[in-house]
Design a protein around this ligand. Structure first.
Ligand code: GDP
Ligand code: MG
Length: 302
């Protein structure tokens, strides 16, 4: 890269918060494109992923961590460890909360975890578009009480309120550094990993509560067919034989529906035609199996 200004800033910004508060939506809004999968259901983002915003004088690398939550099984533990490791590496942490909910036990735990690290924290109340304006100030105070050292900001990631001001605040906290990544790069994920997340997101959306969290996606093939776009083969892993039937549906109707939804998302993400072939397999107890977690890239242990 040429002509890097002497005052160029660059740094890593951890995006922490409970599932569903709008972390992925906020990062996407900052980047102006869809990098992280967004879902009305919690925990679509299973792996740590970066969103890289390159400006003339600065580069902000957002690290969207899977939501911290109490570990109910091994998958939860692996995600919490990764979140803690991420915080250590970052120059700033955004603690994203839902402005429409008062702080609860989980927010308090997360705030205390954040305060154990040297990384400065900015509390961001999101979804203020849904809040009565008169409720904002008491809500800000309630969250500020959890993190007395932190500054508090309020935004709407979907409507865009206060996002430019938030970006200014973030930039002011970044150290002087040359850019870490080339300007054309917006994420550290390979397109196939984004595609896997989009398939998972579509499946969770369409299946609703029928197969709760019990699915994982593996991309088996991802090939370019020049003018014809991309050919993708993927396997949807479920935990139970009965779930397999639900995912496939009557005469394959469910699988077809979610395949179409996922394909449209991947086409929008990659701006080209996609041919997507899905199959479904049973893999029992994959969430408690360390080896399987590694295989899907959820664990950072060895
Ligand atoms: P994450 O789990 O924290 O990454 O949350 P997501 O980004 O996946 O968002 C969860 C849900 O909240 C999605 O349905 C989003 O569309 C919605 N959402 C996110 N930000 C806002 C916001 O500022 N306002 C409103 N009304 N909805 C939002
Ligand atoms: Mg997310």
């Amino acid at each position: 890269m040429q002509n890097i200004p002497a005052d160029h800033k660059a740094g890593f910004v951890a995006v922490a918060g409970k599932p569903n508060v709008g972390k992925s939506t906020l990062v996407n809004a900052m980047l102006g494109q869809k990098v992280a999968a967004v879902s009305p259901r919690p925990q679509t983002t299973r792996k740590r992923q970066m969103g890289i915003l390159t400006l003339e004088n600065a580069q902000v690398i957002f690290i969207d961590t899977p939501g911290l939550h109490r570990a109910r099984h091994k998958l939860g533990e692996a995600m919490n460890q990764e979140a803690a490791a991420t915080l250590e590496e970052c120059d700033l942490a955004l603690f994203i909360v839902d402005a429409n909910q008062p702080p609860d036990e989980e927010d308090a735990q997360l705030a205390s975890l954040l305060s154990q690290h040297r990384t400065p924290v900015l509390v961001v109340l999101n979804k203020i578009d849904l809040l009565e304006p008169s409720e904002l100030e008491p809500r800000q105070e309630a969250y500020a009480a959890l993190a007395p050292q932190a500054e508090v900001r309020s935004v709407s990631s979907t409507r865009g309120d206060n996002l430019p001001a938030l970006l200014e605040t973030i930039l002011a906290r970044l150290p002087a550094n040359p850019p870490y990544f080339p300007e054309s790069q917006v994420t550290d994920l390979y397109e196939r990993e984004i595609a896997a997340d989009l398939i998972r997101e579509a499946a969770l959306r369409i299946l609703r509560d029928e197969v709760p969290h019990g699915i994982a996606i593996r991309i088996d093939q991802y090939t370019e067919r020049e003018d014809h776009g991309a050919y993708i083969e993927a396997t949807i892993f479920v935990e139970k034989e009965s779930h397999k039937g639900i995912v496939i549906g009557q005469g394959g109707s469910m699988l077809k529906q979610l395949g179409t939804a996922a394909r449209l998302e991947i086409e929008a993400m990659s701006s080209r035609k996609v041919y997507l072939r899905l199959r479904v397999k049973v893999r029992k107890d994959w969430r408690d199996d360390e080896k399987v977690l590694r295989w899907f890239g959820y664990s950072n242990k060895g």
